[in-house]
Ligand binder design. Structure first.
Ligand code: GLN
Length: 454
């Protein structure tokens, strides 16, 4: 049914870069056989899933939305893909994304735009616009995204779906093509909070192949979602982050946010205001730390190891000239912009002024979270300041594009978990997202509160 749906809507939506129909049908047949044989199967066995193209999949092309990886077929699976396959979920294919996960609209993909299923003239968010659009358009019931600064939560917000960025270190990064290693986390993109909890428990938990992996087992999310569905939040304190509302936020976004606060009060929660004064500097710190880490992570794309190799059109074929020709053609403008920013910020003489200062701001943001979580069990805000904008509207204005992430970036800088869930429609008829943030390793709280609001 999902393959039929993909065939019907893909020409308009373009959520996928690669559809793995044969492999998915083979897995489905295998699960059917195991079910008929009376095997004990995982709750999600046979439920198909789409995977963001930044996650490596053995035997399936993996491009991270970049020309530089065109034609590369990984020889191994990411840990989370191993877990998905072991549980019997057919992988439907790989989803479109901004190149190397840099962007908020999926317009920086080297393989064309994804369109928002709510309005095909509009962006589906980014960088994981393909995963969110596939779920919103019923081309997949579940998808995997990655979130370095909001790339699961902001696409969820603008497509009316659920997106969860787990605690840093709780889902293995082994097999994710790294953007910024200290910020990256993979997580679920779904239509319901309970689906996200089921998928999170499946992909989460310790992995010895990721040196930043936490020892914690991924349990308690489904139970928390079921508990939340009872609608009782008595005893829970909800902190509204003063700095993540007001100026720059669309009136319809703020109106829906206020209605959800009322719903939380009706469920018995106490709503208080908290202040996180350093959040105003989060975007600036992020756009130094991320390019610095990305410039280092992307150094391995040299025309010799993976994918594209371009030889200079004239002159000697030296390693350096092959590297320059390959990177010149293989990377898009946004990737080049960030490599230039990152190498500049890390260069001798500027390191302390830029990268060093940004790391200090990061610590202050972590302390803001610590103080806020003394006053409240969860923090809430709109996920994104506006609903989906028109394709092309912000493409030539990097700063306007970066501003989409003001509310999502603090969580990545501090490593805390966050969820975006559907929060009705704004005055323009487009979906709005409601963000919930919890202390590190307390992801279960997201599911309890999310399921109450759903
Ligand atoms: N939009 C943000 C950026 O461009 C977030 C990216 C992400 O989370 N991968 O960096």
């Amino acid at each position: 049914a999902h393959l039929d749906r993909i065939a019907a809507v893909e020409p308009a939506v373009h959520a996928y870069l690669h559809v793995a129909a044969d492999e998915a049908l083979a897995t489905a047949a295998d699960v059917d056989a195991r079910r008929a044989a009376g095997d004990d199967l995982h709750a999600l066995a046979g439920v198909p899933i789409a995977v963001k193209d930044v996650v490596v999949t053995r035997g399936l092309p993996t491009t991270a939305g970049s020309r530089i990886l065109e034609g590369w077929v990984p020889p191994y699976d990411a840990t989370l893909v191993e877990r998905i396959k072991a549980a019997g979920l057919p992988v439907l294919g790989k989803t479109n994304m901004d190149e190397f996960a840099m962007g908020s609209s999926t317009e920086h993909s080297a393989y064309g735009n994804t369109h928002n299923p709510w309005d095909l003239e509009r962006i589906p968010g980014g960088s994981g616009g393909g995963s969110a659009a596939a779920v919103a358009a019923y081309e997949a019931p579940l998808a995997i995204g990655t979130d370095t600064g909001g790339s699961i939560r902001q696409p969820a917000a603008v497509t009316g779906t659920v997106g969860v960025k787990p605690t840093y270190g709780s889902v293995s990064r082994y097999g994710l093509i790294a953007l910024a290693s200290s910020l990256d986390q993979a997580g679920p993109c779904t239509r319901t909070v309970l689906d996200a909890a089921l998928l999170h428990e499946l992909i989460g938990g310790h992995d010895p192949r990721d040196s930043t992996s936490l020892p914690d087992p991924a349990t308690g999310y489904v139970a928390a979602a079921r508990e939340g569905a009872s609608g009782d939040l008595r005893g829970l304190k909800v902190g509204v982050v003063r700095e993540l509302q007001g100026e720059g936020y669309q009136p319809g976004v703020l109106a829906r946010f206020e209605e959800s606060l009322d719903a939380l009060r009706s469920a018995g929660a106490e709503v208080v205001e908290v202040s996180c004064p350093h959040f105003t500097y989060a975007l600036a710190a992020y756009y130094l730390i991320l390019p610095a880490e990305a410039s280092s992570n992307l150094a391995k794309f040299d025309g010799m190891r993976f994918g594209l190799r371009v030889e200079p059109s004239e002159g000697p074929v030296t390693a350096e000239r092959v590297m320059a020709a390959t990177r010149g053609q293989g990377f898009g403008d946004e990737v080049k912009r960030r490599i230039i920013l990152g190498t500049y910020a890390l260069s001798a003489g500027y390191y302390d002024a830029y990268y060093g200062s940004a790391q200090k701001v990061r610590t202050l943001i972590q302390r803001d979270f610590d103080a806020a979580f003394e006053q409240a069990d969860v923090l809430v805000s709109p996920t994104a300041p506006t609903t989906a904008f028109k394709l092309g509207e912000k493409l030539d204005d990097p700063l306007a594009m970066y501003l989409n992430d003001v509310a999502t970036i603090p969580a990545n800088l501090a490593g805390v978990p966050g969820m975006s869930l559907p929060n009705g429609l704004s005055d323009d008829g487009l979906p709005v997202g409601f963000q919930i943030l919890a202390p590190a390793r307390e992801d279960a709280r997201l599911y309890r509160v999310g399921a109450t609001l759903e």
